[in-house]
Write a protein that binds this ligand. Structure first.
Ligand SMILES: NC(=O)c1ccc[n+]([C@@H]2O[C@H](COP(=O)([O-])OP(=O)(O)OC[C@H]3O[C@@H](n4cnc5c(N)ncnc54)[C@H](OP(=O)(O)O)[C@@H]3O)[C@@H](O)[C@H]2O)c1
Length: 365
């Protein structure tokens, strides 16, 4: 039996992390219909988006409702099912899908954000969460709920950058991953598990050293040295030239482009003709950008590289399920930097804000 009351966070204002308010004794949500499930949320994981929402820097085409429950990614155990639920049973480990209500569409665009958890509609920073059975997926059977909490935004975005569009990743190709945050490291893991090479960039050599060590698990001991290569972009300004050099003088096949205006031209120049620059983020919006980088003529950069450049929005439920199967079979486990207590969730946001993390920052309920 679920308790009657639960804890949750709401976002009381969007002027910073102090807008997060912990509420105790809120009624546990009821099932709304026969196909609903109630999930006892065990872990959350934070994405850059969660911080942007709290600090009012999120460039979404919708309002964030007053007192919205924050956080898009969580995982827990099914605790109650409606009379017509066929996809789950009590005790299953599940994660809600980030854009609720976009189950099968091949392409998700801006409208998916209007049903995004923890921004457009209430998120998962609560002990219990209710959704239709079509709005959740089983996590890989070899994941626990902590690992499962990293799936809905970061892994799905990485998956869809590499597999949901054309071209899609082939063994033996090279993926350039910008930065050492959630999306980029998930992409690096998926790529290595698929037999591709990765080149990672970071502002910090010590982050690169740590990440390279963690990623070694995904490649055989006999793999060549160039399976995982790194570039410290704080030291090497022309990192596009360096990426091409590291790739044997050829453009890379994929770029996981999460930084936006300051990096896009270089990402495109790093890419081979017909390769894919998958743009999901805009992290460089939060730092001053040198003039010469924003004055570049992007149309000509695209023209002369003949690369494909496309925006990527997480992925739909069907692709999410495919990603779950792939991770399960490949034995990929998420890179988790730190786990905070629910009561200390503001500290988790502050830690993200400082940018010291590699991979995922999580919260235990
Ligand atoms: N479109 C979508 O569906 C979607 C889904 C998820 C995320 N996103 C977006 O993708 C971006 C990343 O999200 P996340 O959750 O992975 O963030 P995160 O975990 O906070 O990681 C951000 C990383 O960005 C890197 N970075 C910052 N400025 C950079 C620059 N100029 N060049 C290269 N790397 C830079 C940093 O790496 P170092 O510290 O190693 O330098 C940092 O670790 C955000 O803009 C987010 O809003 C979009």
């Amino acid at each position: 039996m679920a308790p009657q009351l639960m804890k949750r966070y709401i976002l009381s204002h969007r002027e910073g992390i102090d807008g997060l308010k912990l509420q105790a004794d809120v009624p546990v949500p009821e099932l709304r219909g026969p196909t609903d499930i109630r999930i006892n949320i065990k872990y959350l994981s934070l994405n850059a988006r969660d911080l942007q929402i709290v600090t009012n820097d999120y460039p979404a085409p919708h309002e964030v409702p007053q007192d919205c429950v924050p956080v898009s990614d969580g995982c827990g155990i099914v605790e109650a099912v409606g009379s017509e639920v066929t996809l789950f049973k009590v005790g299953d480990k599940v994660a809600p899908v980030f854009p609720q209500g976009h189950h099968y569409e091949e392409d998700l665009a801006l409208r998916s954000l209007k049903r995004g958890l923890g921004g457009a509609i209430d998120g998962v920073a609560a002990e219990y969460f209710v959704c239709d059975q079509e709005e959740a997926v089983h996590i890989p059977s070899n994941f626990d709920c902590l690992q499962g909490s990293t799936l809905p935004v970061a892994f799905t975005t990485a998956w869809s950058s590499l597999y949901s569009h054309h071209p899609s990743l082939q063994a033996g190709q090279t993926v350039l991953c910008l930065g050492t945050g959630g999306v980029s490291l998930c992409a690096a893991q998926i790529a290595l598990a698929a037999g591709a090479r990765v080149i990672l960039t970071s502002s910090s050599q010590s982050k690169l050293d740590k990440v390279s060590k963690l990623l070694q698990d995904l490649i055989p001991a006999s793999a060549p040295q160039n399976a995982i290569q790194t570039i410290d972009y704080s030291k090497i300004d022309a990192w596009d030239v360096e990426a091409t050099r590291l790739n044997g003088g050829k453009g890379v096949d994929f770029v996981i482009e999460i930084a936006g205006r300051a990096t896009l031209a270089r990402s495109i120049r790093s890419t081979k003709q017909g390769g894919l620059v998958a743009i999901s983020g805009y992290m460089s919006d939060y730092k001053p950008i040198p003039d010469h980088l924003i004055k570049e003529d992007i149309a000509k950069v695209i023209l002369y590289s003949a690369a494909n450049v496309r925006g990527v929005f997480v992925c739909n439920r069907e692709d999410f399920k495919t990603a779950v199967s792939a991770l399960e079979l490949a034995g990929v486990k998420p890179i988790i930097d730190k786990v905070f207590n629910f009561e200390d969730m503001k500290d988790a946001y502050r830690y993200m804000e400082e940018g010291r993390h590699i991979g995922k920052v999580c919260i235990e309920l």
